[in-house]
Design a protein around this ligand. Structure first.
Ligand SMILES: *Cc1c(COP(=O)(O)O)cnc(C)c1O
Length: 400
């Protein structure tokens, strides 16, 4: 709400009352990370050296053998799929996304399917959907039985993809057990699963071969970053497929922590990941943000969000047209939220018009719109300051 580059550009800013959503630019990057990025911008650096350094940090905080900075969790899934399909075969790396003659199937339990599946397919993978949605029938039946995953594994299987959410089943260790019995790797999408910081290492502990996190959500790194943590050989394959490979063979000397040059007959061609470039500034910004994230007091932050949530709920429930309830932080949502139900007759405006109007303001005010069918919207505290929370309350009230 102060003068900013966005004023110069004539682009409205957003007061974010809906949490970390990529389309409204995710989270606000940490100041210290911005400073580190400015510093990073002043020198040339070999990108592979920086990736090797990031790998050490990611390995430290996740317990994985190695790590890689990607341009988002979604890119991490695509690179992970490419690594599982191509392995250390540099000819296969060059061939992707054409998978003719390669094992290219990635098994995904149906209730783990998401829009981010596209990342797997973009690497050339064919998705093999197993299980049902039967849990929703309320009969006690489960969405997917472990045997269904086991039965789907064939010579064509490249990996199993697992979406980590509270509702996903079977538990990851069970899926890992099945996969590893057949020598198949498991790729976990844990994009939004931190905090708690313990989740940085949890899925690796549970046996995942690769885990993708978003760098631009609660970690508050640059928007275009993600973390891929996992097996050394798979991360090496990712590096070979993502780094710029226009290198002169006789002097090709990537850091040994990232690539074991002796294992290859020559320099690979530009890989499928070359389109997923990560710059030195983003790499440094992610490293700095991750260091700060693991030191952060998440309990204090949780208390701050809870207090803000309660204040917002109090202020809004004082309106005759509105009733509120607060949800707790849980495994689906890392912050509590206010669910605001609108009595449209009393309010004199429909919930949809209210939410739409708020978004058309300057600055745009974004509240959560997942419950419009129930005449409700949500207010999320995590991307608001106290001052902004008050502003959001005032803007909502102005329509009633
Ligand atoms: C946010 C999210 C992604 C994508 O993460 P980016 O870092 O924006 O690429 C993937 N999967 C899930 C489940 C997510 O919540």
């Amino acid at each position: 709400m102060t003068d900013s580059i966005y004023d110069d550009l004539g682009v409205p800013t957003v007061v974010n009352a809906t949490g970390t959503k990529t389309r409204i630019s995710g989270s606000l990057i940490r100041e210290e990370a911005v400073e580190a990025m400015t510093d990073a911008a002043r020198s040339f650096v070999r990108i592979s050296d920086l990736q090797a350094r990031a790998s050490e940090l990611i390995s430290d905080v996740t317990g994985a053998e190695a790590g890689y900075v990607t341009c988002g969790a979604s890119a991490g899934l695509m690179l992970g799929a490419a690594a599982c399909i191509a392995g250390d075969d540099i000819d296969a790396m060059y061939q992707l996304p054409d998978t003719e003659g390669l094992a290219d199937e990635i098994i995904v339990p149906r209730t783990h399917r998401s829009g981010y599946d596209h990342a797997l397919r973009a690497a050339g993978a064919t998705i093999v959907d197993v299980g049902t949605n039967d849990h929703h029938l309320g009969t006690g039946s489960r969405n997917v039985e472990p045997w269904e995953i086991a039965e789907a594994i064939t010579e064509e299987t490249a990996a199993i993809a697992y979406l980590q959410k509270e509702y996903t089943e079977p538990p990851l260790p069970k899926v890992v057990e099945i996969a590893h019995a057949h020598d198949v790797p498991v790729i976990v999408d844990a994009a939004a699963e931190v905090p708690p910081t313990s989740n940085l290492s949890r899925f690796i502990d549970e046996g995942a071969d690769l885990v993708a996190f978003s760098g631009g959500k609660a970690i508050r790194g640059p928007q275009t970053t993600g973390i891929l943590a996992g097996r050394e050989d798979l991360v090496e394959s990712v590096a070979l497929q993502q780094l710029d490979m226009h290198a002169a063979e006789p002097v090709w000397d990537p850091p040994s922590g990232l690539v074991d040059v002796d294992r290859y007959d020559g320099v690979p061609r530009q890989g499928i990941g070359r389109s997923l470039k990560v710059g030195k500034e983003e790499l440094v910004g992610l490293i700095k943000s991750l260091e700060l994230f693991i030191e952060e007091d998440h309990d204090a932050l949780g208390d701050e969000w809870l207090n803000r949530t309660n204040r917002i709920a109090d202020r809004l429930s004082a309106e005759p047209a509105l009733s509120t309830r607060t949800t707790e932080a849980d495994k689906v949502s890392i912050a509590p939220e206010v669910v605001v139900t609108v009595d449209e007759d009393v309010a004199g405006i429909t919930t949809i018009d209210l939410v739409r109007s708020l978004r058309q303001e300057d600055p745009r005010v974004f509240v959560g719109a997942d419950s419009l069918a129930d005449s409700a919207f949500t207010v999320n505290p995590m991307c608001l300051t106290d001052e902004e929370a008050e502003y959001v309350v005032e803007r909502i009230r102005s329509y009633l």
